[in-house]
Ligand binder design. Structure first.
Ligand SMILES: [Zn+2]
Ligand SMILES: [Zn+2]
Length: 417
């Protein structure tokens, strides 16, 4: 039996892959305009990077990581997200000494053992950005605006930015206690997971998708009523800068994000095409994580975008320009002329393929048809003698002779038709 791809993984093939690469190129260019540099961390790390970086009491660390012992018995994990790895790298390379503010982005695969479903894979792809070394609310707004711009430039409409604050070390304990008090009065109505979360991490109950929990949460105390002065003024300034930058947003008091490390700003960008629960990206500020992972006391802000979902939202929309390929058909045993012709086309920046396998004109044209090609150049012995080529347009079923020396010019006219 033929071997298939592992469950929950897939091959990304043409033409779909063209949207992926075009997206990646555009994203890289845009991020550099904002002062970001790319970082590529390994796809696996010591397990500790994630268990400490993401938090032991999260679904990711609990049940979704691909963890294995390597040949020396060390515990290794395929990255389930990239922030922890980037923080590990930031600390390891003492990037805090290189620049006051360090802006990094990444694009690559992540791995989680989740139940496969539409648009959700066990190897999935994320684009992310992280800014280290600034606690300024402008960094929050600027980094959000960057990704909103990216999505807009891809042609997405119906985007919604939901934003909230999860407070800081000063004010969160107070809110946590108030929330815990409220939840313990509604213990019976909560799902089993939330009864556990209520003790360990009550803020995560606000994230629960179970209907019963959502009903309870609807009347829960709001963190907005518990923010300290510092967090409140930070939030007001983030809003101010978002207004300035032309990003519309909505205060969403129930938004907390699943991870423990966030402080102050958290946000999500929702594409209305995906339904209310489906954010394309999310992130926030994490001012304590670098220190908690053994690094300097450096504030940070970041987000991660799910590329698989983004591609789903893009659907049939093509990000790239379709460029014609010229199929050069040797006709007969003479390959040299076809090879020369293809080389001339490639020198001119055109796409050209020699149909070396075509045993006849008929089989050659059949190949081109199957590939969905349009232009064929017949370059056989008789054409070579006359220093001409026969240019055939499969779409319009026309053909004409052109002088080989005029190839570039003729091709240009043909494409413009
Ligand atoms: Zn605070
Ligand atoms: Zn629940």
């Amino acid at each position: 039996m033929a071997i298939k791809a592992v469950k929950g993984t897939r091959d990304i093939l043409a033409p779909e892959i063209r949207n992926w690469t075009e997206y990646e190129e555009r994203a890289r260019k845009l991020f550099r305009r904002y002062g970001f540099e790319e970082i590529r961390t390994p796809i696996f790390e010591y397990t500790e990077v994630f268990s400490r970086g993401i938090g032991e009491d999260t679904d990711i660390v609990h049940k979704e990581m691909y963890t294995f012992a390597d040949r020396k018995g060390r515990s290794i994990t395929l990255r389930p997200e990239n922030t922890a790895s980037v923080v590990r790298s930031y600390i390891e390379h003492r990037m805090d000494l290189q620049a006051r503010v360090k802006r990094l982005f990444y694009i690559g695969p992540m791995f989680r053992y989740e139940r496969p479903q539409k648009g959700r894979y066990r190897q999935f792809y994320q684009t992310g950005a992280e800014v280290f070394g600034s606690s300024s609310p402008l960094v929050d707004a600027d980094t959000i605006e960057m990704v909103v711009r990216l999505l807009r430039e891809l042609g997405l409409t119906g985007l919604r930015v939901d934003i909230n604050s999860v407070g800081c070390k000063e004010c969160r304990p107070d809110y946590r206690a108030a929330l815990q008090g409220y939840l313990s009065g509604h213990r019976e109505a909560l799902c089993e997971d939330c009864r556990r979360r209520m003790e360990t991490n009550p803020l995560r109950v606000l994230d629960c998708k179970v209907q019963g929990c959502r009903t309870v949460v609807a009347d829960a105390p709001s963190i907005q009523d518990h923010l300290c002065g510092g967090c409140r003024s930070h939030q007001e300034q983030v809003f101010h800068f978002l207004d300035m930058l032309g990003v519309s947003y909505r205060l969403s008091t129930g938004l907390v994000r699943g991870l423990d490390y966030y402080t102050r700003t958290v946000f999500e960008v929702i594409s209305e095409g995906l339904g209310a629960q489906n954010a394309i990206l999310g992130g926030g500020r994490y001012d304590n994580l670098v220190k908690e992972l053994g690094g300097p006391d450096v504030p940070a802000f970041g987000w991660a975008l799910g590329m698989d979902r983004l591609m789903m939202v893009l659907g049939d929309r093509k990000l790239y320009d379709e460029e014609a390929t010229f199929y050069v058909l040797p006709v007969g045993n003479e390959l040299t002329y076809a090879v020369e012709t293809a080389a001339a086309l490639k020198n001119g920046g055109y796409h050209a393929v020699v149909l070396a396998e075509a045993v006849s004109l008929k089989s050659g044209l059949k190949q081109v048809n199957r590939a969905g090609g349009r232009f064929v150049l017949l370059a056989g012995e008789s054409e070579k003698e006359k220093e001409i080529l026969i240019l055939r347009d499969m779409k319009n079923s026309t053909q004409r002779e052109i002088f080989a020396r005029n190839l570039q010019k003729e091709i240009k006219n043909e494409i413009a038709k």
